[in-house]
Ligand binder design. Structure first.
Ligand SMILES: Nc1ncnc2c1ncn2[C@@H]1O[C@H](COP(=O)(O)OP(=O)(O)OP(=O)(O)O)[C@@H](O)[C@H]1O
Length: 302
């Protein structure tokens, strides 16, 4: 069953094209990671799905209806990228306030325990640490026993322990049958939680595949060397010539070096190094595709 769907969704902010004909589906029981660099369009997509904004064109469905209709949002939980909590309210009061909107909320003690906030129940939210405040903001998405939860960069700014606590809570929700769409800059976070990854860049879906398949693409290596003419080489995702130095991006650097030797390329100053996620995104993004061609699959270039 489809819980959320974006169909050819475009969103503009004035001259900025934040989303460009994006398709996305989230099925019941899935944990989907939305991965992309700053400004890719992740928050915009989430805000459209929860009905906070309208698409410029295209269509969004939430639980089969229009997300701007409150009835479509009854089984939804959401934590936006930034949440303002009333500083003088206590943690327990904030939870009770949100819980009062739902017919069968998670009991306060159980929720706070799940998110490692039991000791803070009487603390005013203004006195919480940044990490505690963030955990509370994420916990609030789960109060109403939603079927679908959208978390926009849930662990940004958290230390390792707080991040683990949040991951455990999100995993427990999913293990109970809950559906999750979460955005992140971090491949590590998406790997830890999601089964499916949608890579988004410059407002477009660049890949939509399993975590393993995406990892093999973003696990691209950069092989740099100096040489004259290069023959066509298999397995090269992208190549550049900068100041007389070749830079080849590949998923199998060992094989590429063997191919260089076999082809008799007289190379020097060889250097092999991992690419950052950012570079890998750029490699996928930079592929000049005709605008009507479907997104590259994560296995392209292997
Ligand atoms: N309210 C707005 N007005 C104008 N431009 C906006 C607005 N919101 C977003 N944008 C622009 O739309 C693009 C996509 O932004 P969005 O916040 O969706 O990206 P993101 O992937 O969530 O980025 P980040 O990881 O930095 O949060 C960016 O170029 C951003 O500057």
């Amino acid at each position: 069953m489809l819980l959320a769907r974006a169909d050819q969704v475009t969103r503009r902010y004035g001259d900025v094209l934040a989303l460009d004909r994006v398709d996305l589906t989230v099925r019941a029981g899935e944990m989907v990671g939305l991965l992309g660099p700053n400004g890719a369009g992740k928050s915009t997509l989430m805000n459209l799905i929860v009905g906070l904004r309208r698409p410029t064109s295209g269509r969004i469905e939430l639980f089969g209806g229009d997300p701007r209709d409150p009835a479509s949002r009854r089984q939804l939980g959401m934590t936006p990228q930034e949440t303002g909590l009333p500083g003088t309210l206590r943690v327990g009061e904030v939870v009770d306030f949100v819980a009062a909107h739902y017919p069968d909320p998670v009991p306060r003690g159980e929720l706070l325990d799940r998110f490692g906030l039991t000791d803070q129940v009487r603390r005013q939210t203004g006195g919480l640490s940044g990490g505690q405040r963030r955990r509370l903001a994420v916990a609030l998405a789960f109060v109403g026993r939603p079927r679908l939860v959208l978390l926009d960069e849930p662990t940004t700014g958290l230390d390792v322990e707080a991040r683990r606590t949040l991951w455990d809570a999100i995993r427990a929700f999913h293990a109970d049958g809950g559906t999750v769409l979460l955005s992140s800059h971090y491949l590590e976070e998406v790997e830890a939680l999601a089964e499916r990854v949608v890579v988004i860049g410059h407002g477009r879906v660049l890949a939509d595949d399993s975590v393993d398949a995406i990892r093999s693409v973003v696990g691209v290596r950069r092989v740099g060397f100096v040489a004259d003419e290069l023959p066509a080489l298999p397995g090269v995702v992208r190549s550049e010539l900068i100041d007389g130095r070749h830079h080849l991006l590949t998923t199998d650097a060992d094989q590429l070096v063997r191919d260089l030797v076999v082809a008799g390329v007289a190379f020097s100053e060889l250097e092999v190094r991992p690419t950052s996620l950012e570079e890998a995104f750029l490699a996928i993004t930079a592929e000049e595709r005709p605008r009507d061609e479907p997104p590259v699959t994560a296995t392209a270039g292997r």
